[in-house]
Structure formats: C-alpha cells, structure tokens
Design a protein around this ligand. Structure first.
Ligand code: 8YV
Length: 317
C-alpha cells in the first residue's frame, strides 16, 4: 500500500509528478471542488503534505490530519506555516533552501532593469503599433540607468547575497540591512531601514516575512525618494501596499518591480497604468531548473519523513 500524500498546490514539472504518483497515493486537493468534504473523506489517511511557500497550511488543516508525519514546503518562505505549532506536535517541516536562489536573484535584477529602463512599456509601444504611429523619438520618454546606482538590500540570506553579487557586476555600491551585521560580507551594513532607504536608489526586498510584516511603509518610501525604485521578490506583506500605491501615485518614489503582493492574485489596479511599475505573477522561482530542484527536495523530505526519520534541514524537529 502506497502512503497517502496531500498536495495543496500544482507542481509544474512532469517528472516530479510522475515520481510522486509512482511512490504515493497523491490527493491533489487543488483539483477538488468541495475541499472540506474531500478532506473529511481522506484526511485520516494522509501521512505527508506538500504545500507552497506562500500558501502554507493552517493549523486547523494540520489538526484534521491525525496521521501526518511530514510537511514539505515547496519553497523557501515558511511564513505561512505555524512552525511553533508544528514543533509542539513534533512534526517535521522542510523547505527548499538553496534550490531557487539563482532564479529569484535573476528575476530581481530583471525587475530592476525592467522598471528602471521601462522595458515593458517599450515592448508595448512596439507591439501595439504605436511606434509606427508616433515615429518621433519623443514619443516615449527617457528611462533611468541601473548601472552604478546605489542598491540597498533588505534581508541578506542566500537570495539577498545572490542579488548583491549580481548588482556588484553592474558597478552598484551595495548596502544591506538584516538582524545583524554579517562580518564575512564586503557590503555596507546599515542597521536602520529608514537610513538604508535614504542611502539607496533601489531598495530590494529579500527578507523572510515571519517577523517583518509592513516594514515598508510611507516613511520608508518617502526616504527612498522620488528617484528611487522598490523591488520585491520576497513577500507582499513586507509592504504596506496602500502606502506603496500612494507613494507611486504621488511620485514619492519613481517606480517598482513587484513579483509578490499582499493578497495574491489580487493586485491593486491603480498600478496597472504605471509605466515604471513592472508586475509579475509570483514567478521568481518558476523556472524548470528551480522547480525541478525544489521537487527533488520535496521528494527527499517525504521519503525521510514517512520512513520515520528526520528529513534533512527540518526546521522543527
Ligand atoms: C513559490 C515562494 O512561488 O519559495 C517561496 O517561498 O513563495 C515561491 O518559491 C512557491 O512556494 C511555489 O510553491
């Protein structure tokens, strides 16, 4: 009898799904119309859960799965899982640290370039035929340079460091804030977020969101200033979204590149017409390479957890 596993979000890599199907009876909750009824029917058999970083799992759902032995988060953010609660139940929770670093950092740089250089509105200008209708050079405004700009990074974990490494190749002076000074890093540590915003042209959010909700507010955005850009590839809830929309609307900052939002997939529509705002649908880790590596880590976590062993990198056991 194959162990029963509950999968809360789709996995887009066929080889990972094939492997899951080969090893487990996989209950794909996202395919069910009546999720409550489905859980009531199958919950007692479920021994492993696979969920996404930003979707996590509620304590109520954990409680409805009495045979649960492991929660494998297919992502690096664990802010949507109550780790204390899992710990109190001796339930291993794993994440896919290291599997997506390069792609998330690449997208951060992509969002910087796209927002500063207004690549998306330039693309629309050509594709909609507006260039032919308005062939004079003034029809599309000047954009802003990225190279050499002061980059401030909020959260210097694996992703923050990978962004710094890339920005350094663009000759950007780099500063960061984190819970502590990281001695081995060659970048300027600025403990105060307001000061970091004041000293940055581009502020990049790469922090975990468990303890940092709403840290980017009107005061920070005003400190970033009218020529500044905010980039977020971490979590929407790091930002007071209404303050961000307001800052962009009144020109308190120049632009933004956002992959994450407070209430996905709902994005403030006020951002849509803004040429210096580039939006993505939470896709920073959505490459074949990252998602394959993440899926392999999920498979390893399930295998260990269901064998009664401590999965490598368990955050709770
Ligand atoms: C994913 C994420 O979109 O790693 C995270 O925390 O939010 C993203 O990588 C998601 O977890 C995919 O399941």
């Amino acid at each position: 009898m194959k162990p029963h596993v509950l999968q809360l979000n789709p996995i887009l890599v066929p080889a990972i799904n094939d492997k899951l199907n080969e090893l487990y009876t996989v209950h794909r909750l996202f395919e069910q119309q009546d999720k409550t009824a489905y859980l009531a029917q199958h919950g007692a058999n479920i021994r492993g859960v696979i969920t996404g970083g930003h979707t996590g799992i509620t304590n109520a759902m954990i409680e409805s799965l009495p045979a649960l032995q492991v929660i494998a988060v297919n992502g690096v953010g664990t802010d949507a899982v109550d780790l204390e609660f899992a710990r109190s139940r001796k339930l291993p929770v794993t994440a896919t640290f290291g599997a997506l670093t390069e792609d998330v950092a690449d997208l951060a740089i992509g969002l910087i370039l796209a927002s500063c250089r207004e690549i998306c509105s330039g693309n629309d200008f050509v594709k909609t035929g507006n260039w032919q209708k308005n062939p004079h050079p003034g029809a599309i405004p000047l954009s802003r340079r990225f190279s050499g700009k002061r980059v401030g990074i909020v959260g210097m974990g694996k992703v923050g460091r990978a962004i710094a490494q890339r920005a350094a190749a663009f000759d950007c002076p780099i500063a960061y804030t984190d819970l502590r000074h990281i001695a081995e890093l060659p970048y300027n540590f600025v403990p105060d977020l307001l000061q970091l915003a004041r000293d940055s042209d581009i502020l990049v959010l790469a922090a975990a969101a468990d303890k940092a909700q709403g840290i980017i507010n009107a005061a920070v955005l005003d400190a970033l200033g009218k020529d500044g850009y905010l980039i977020n590839i971490a979590r929407g809830k790091l930002v007071v979204e209404a303050d961000l929309v307001d800052a962009l609307t009144r020109g308190a900052i120049a632009g933004a590149g956002l992959d994450v939002f407070v209430d996905e997939p709902n994005v403030p529509e006020a951002l849509f017409p803004m040429d210096r705002v580039v939006l993505q649908a939470h896709r920073a880790s959505a490459t074949v390479e990252s998602r394959t590596a993440m899926g392999e880590m999920v498979l390893a976590s399930l295998a260990a957890g269901l064998a009664g062993q401590r999965p490598e990198g368990s955050l709770t056991t």
